[in-house]
Structure formats: structure tokens, C-alpha cells
Design a protein around this ligand. Structure first.
Ligand SMILES: Nc1ncnc2c1ncn2[C@@H]1O[C@H](COP(=O)(O)OP(=O)(O)OP(=O)(O)O)[C@@H](O)[C@H]1O
Length: 323
């Protein structure tokens, strides 16, 4: 078995009555991008803080590139590039300077650091702001450019383990796409990447494996296709409810096909149905729309978001296993 560049075993950390991490086990191998998903407060940042030595676990083991990260946090930390969730303190710096400093700290020569900084800025399409200074009052650089600069600082030089905590916050859609491409590129170049994100739909395209945390525990883990389940041909019928929020799949209207899973997230209801029932599902949903019982509907392949909402209970979601 390939030794993980990050091995977390049975990690627990409490804050008073709150079990922020409760027996978490996960592994990131070299070349692998592992997504860490979970609602607010699930325990993701607590896990990251322990891996980089900012917080001591109550129990468990952490190995980073073969080093016991609890006994030797300094040595382990040198193998990790971290983009923290909080905005990096860039005040007074330009993206060029900040990214070059990060590269120099990783041992690159002045010339190599300058070339690597420019290259990553080009990949992320931020050269327009390359020489603009970040001002302490938040001026100079937008939140998105600051976030991309922090990401570039983590990505500029090769390291065994890259940890990214919500790297796409504040980043526009076009540059998010560039960022995801670079994340995949880091893995393809041999780094292990632990990617903390709420953006399930976008992360699905770049991760090799996913770990879902809920209330400090791992509630699901595996590859995206493995997590989507054996029913790879299942479809998702998404109903957009009307403003009264009444779900016709729950009340009255008999559904003439089996529903493997029902998850409600706000005014959306996601029904997992079999591919062979597609026609019946569309006929039923369009009848609901004609009767103004739903605002709209869509039928699409099951995504990881459906699985994620199901294992974490959605956003105050209700799930039912009606067949
Ligand atoms: N320093 C602390 N003191 C007390 N409680 C804490 C502390 N840090 C985290 N917690 C609690 O531990 C739990 C896990 O928090 P954590 O920040 O790890 O979650 P998260 O998954 O990173 O959330 P988010 O997605 O909102 O960043 C939460 O209930 C949080 O309130």
C-alpha cells in the first residue's frame, strides 16, 4: 500500500462539550487530491489546525511525509504548504512580492522564485494586479485577488503536502475554473492535496477521493463514483417548490415510480429515481408544474451533491427512503 503523505488516525479533539473531531481517520497519498467536505462547524478547520501543529489533539496520530506531526510539528510543517481559511495578511505587499517570498521560503533561488511567481500568476489570470499593493484598509486588491494570491503562495513551489482551506471563497467563476485546474495540476505533479471546501459540485471534478465530516465524525468516504453508489445510472429529479414550500412528492400526489432517496434542501427537493423511470418522472413532474404545485423541475444524473446532502442531512434536509 502506498504510504500516505498525510495519515490521520483516530483523531479526536474536544472544545469543552463539543467534540470538534471525533475519531477521524483519513489518508492522502502522493499525487492524490482529497476533498474534505462538511457543513459549517463539522470540524474541518480543527482537523487542518492539528495537521499543521496549531492545535494539539486529545487523542490519535498524525503523520506528515513520514514524520510524527504531533511529536515533531516543526519538521512536519516544513513539508506542508497551507492556504488558511482566513485571508492571508498581505497588507503593504504586492501579489508579486508575496508569491516570490513564499517561493524563496521554500528554498528557490531569486531568479527561479521570480519566474515561478509570474508563471502561477499567469495560470490564475491575476497578472493585471501583480504589482498592485494591498492596502491595510482592504483597498488595493479585491477579496478574490487576495484569495488567489494566497492560493498562489501555497502552489508556487513543490511540497509533499498542500492544504487548501476554502480556496475559492470570493473568487469569480472564471478564475475558480483556473484555480481548480491548478489544484488538479498540483496532484498530477505528485503532491498530496487536502482540499477543504463547501463547493461540492465544483470539487467533484478535481478530487480523487472525498471525506465527508459531520459533527466531527467521518460519515462518508471514497471516490466520487464510489460515493454516488452502485446506482450509477440513477437520475436526480429536482423539484423547485413554490413559495408556500409544500412538497408535492410528500403530500397527496401519488408518485407512480419508486423513489430511492428524497432530500429536501430549502425550497429544492431532490428525488433519486431509476433511469428506466425517466419518462414517468418527467410526465409526473410536468403534471405537477401544470397544476402549479411546483415552479419547475429538472432531471439529471445523480451528482455528489445529492449524496453529500443525504449523508449530512442536507440544509435542515429531510430524507426519506421511500421505495
Ligand atoms: N477555539 C475554539 N473554541 C471553542 N470551540 C471551537 C473552537 N474552534 C472550533 N470550535 C468548535 O468546534 C466545532 C468545529 O469547528 P471547525 O471550525 O473545525 O468547523 P469547520 O468544519 O471548519 O466549519 P466552517 O466550515 O464553518 O469553517 C464547532 O462546533 C466550533 O464551534
Amino acid at each position: 500500500m502506498v504510504q500516505g503523505v498525510l495519515e490521520v488516525e483516530n483523531l479526536s479533539r474536544r472544545f469543552g462539550a463539543v467534540a470538534a473531531n471525533d475519531g477521524v481517520t483519513l489518508r492522502v497519498r502522493p499525487g492524490e487530491v482529497v476533498g474534505l467536505l462538511g457543513h459549517n462547524g463539522a470540524g474541518k478547520t480543527t482537523l487542518v489546525s492539528q495537521v499543521v501543529g496549531l492545535l494539539r489533539p486529545d487523542e490519535g496520530a498524525i503523520t506528515v511525509a513520514g514524520t510524527d506531526a504531533i511529536a515533531e510539528p516543526g519538521t512536519a510543517r516544513r513539508c506542508v504548504a497551507l492556504q488558511a481559511q482566513a485571508q492571508a495578511p498581505l497588507d503593504g505587499l504586492t501579489p508579486r512580492t508575496a508569491i516570490e517570498i513564499a517561493a524563496r521560503l521554500r528554498g528557490m533561488s531569486r531568479a527561479k522564485a521570480a519566474a515561478a511567481a509570474r508563471a502561477v500568476a499567469e495560470e490564475l489570470d491575476i497578472t493585471e494586479w501583480f504589482d498592485r499593493r494591498a492596502m491595510p484598509d482592504g483597498g488595493g486588491l479585491s477579496g478574490g485577488v487576495r484569495r488567489l494570491t494566497a492560493f498562489a503562495m501555497a502552489a508556487v513551489a513543490p511540497v509533499p503536502l498542500v492544504i487548501l482551506d476554502e480556496p475559492t471563497n470570493d473568487v469569480d467563476a472564471a478564475r475558480r475554473r483556473l484555480l481548480w485546474k491548478k489544484v488538479r495540476g498540483l496532484g498530477d505533479a505528485g503532491a498530496g492535496v487536502l482540499l477543504v471546501t463547501h463547493n461540492v459540485a465544483e470539487a467533484e471534478r478535481v478530487v480523487d477521493d472525498l471525506v465527508v465530516l459531520d459533527k466531527g465524525k467521518v460519515v462518508a468516504a471514497g471516490s466520487p463514483s464510489g460515493l454516488r453508489g452502485a446506482g450509477d445510472h440513477d437520475l436526480r429529479l429536482e423539484l423547485a417548490l413554490t413559495s408556500d414550500g409544500i412538497d408535492p412528492s410528500e403530500t397527496g400526489a401519488e408518485i407512480p415510480f419508486p423513489v430511492a432517496r428524497r432530500v429536501r434542501a430549502g425550497r429544492r427537493v431532490l428525488l433519486t429515481v431509476r433511469a428506466e423511470d425517466a419518462e414517468k418522472a418527467v410526465a409526473w413532474a410536468s403534471a405537477q408544474r401544470e397544476d402549479e404545485r411546483v415552479e419547475g423541475y429538472a432531471l439529471a444524473p445523480v451528482t455528489l451533491e445529492d449524496v453529500y446532502l443525504a449523508v449530512t442531512g442536507g440544509n435542515n434536509a429531510k430524507e426519506s427512503g421511500d421505495a
